[in-house]
Structures are given as C-alpha cells and as structure tokens.
Design a protein around this ligand. Structure first.
Ligand SMILES: [Zn+2]
Ligand SMILES: [Zn+2]
Ligand SMILES: [Zn+2]
Length: 126
C-alpha cells in the first residue's frame, strides 16, 4: 500500500468501502458523495487509490466501472486476477475468492484479467 494523504475525500471514499464487502460502482460512489465532493475530485481520488494498490477497478454489466478493495496489492503491482460476480437480479457485484487458471499465452505476460461471471447471488438464489 502506498502513502496516501488522508484528505477528507480519501477518507469519505474509503469509508464507503469499509461499510460493505461488495464492490461499488463509480456511479453509486458519485451518487453517495456528490453532495460533499465534486465528480472530478471523486474520480481523481479513485484513480489515486487504484494507483496506490488500495482499490482495483473492473467493468461490470453494460460497461459500468466498479471498484473493490484490494488484498495484497502494492503501488506498483496489482494482483487482482480473481473473477467478479454480478447478480442479475439485485445487481450486487463482488470479488470471488477463487482462482481461475489462465491460459499460458506464448510471448505474453498477463497482468490484468477481467472475468465477469453473472447469475444469482446467495440472497437471490434461495
Ligand atoms: Zn489490486
Ligand atoms: Zn442478488
Ligand atoms: Zn475484485
């Protein structure tokens, strides 16, 4: 984890992620924080937190950008090769703590893998 200045906007964003274990869409983050910070600030802080290995982003359904907390990432290396799951009923998205085996591709080094699995979450499946 890099050194992050604990500004009010950084704290407010981290707080959103500490409240839930699920991923949060950029749209939702802006909706919950735009009374306090402008959109540009929110995007800038998200970029910074991603650069610092605190959050990772990925694309969900309809190309929406989502953010989730990282585990063991550092400012120069993200290790988030896990798949993400999006519930088609309630829209919840979370990181899956499972590893998928990626194919070995000759002459290519894999750094980012975006696998979005869609279906029903534990609540909607019941
Ligand atoms: Zn990461
Ligand atoms: Zn659901
Ligand atoms: Zn994730």
């Amino acid at each position: 984890m890099g050194i992050i200045r604990k500004t009010k906007s950084v704290e407010a964003l981290l707080n959103e992620f500490n409240k839930s274990s699920s991923a949060i869409s950029a749209k939702k983050l802006i909706q919950s924080l735009d009374s306090k910070f402008n959109k540009t600030t929110i995007y800038r802080v998200l970029d910074k937190l991603e650069d610092d290995g605190v959050l990772h982003s990925f694309l969900g359904k309809n190309g929406l950008k989502w953010y989730a907390k990282c585990n063991d990432c550092s400012s120069n290396k993200h290790r988030d090769l896990h798949p993400h799951f999006q519930c088609l009923d309630c829209g919840k998205v979370d990181c899956l703590a499972v590893s998928v085996s990626l194919p070995k591709i000759p002459n290519r080094k894999i750094e980012v893998s975006q696998l979005l699995i869609q279906g029903k979450c534990e609540t909607c499946f019941a």
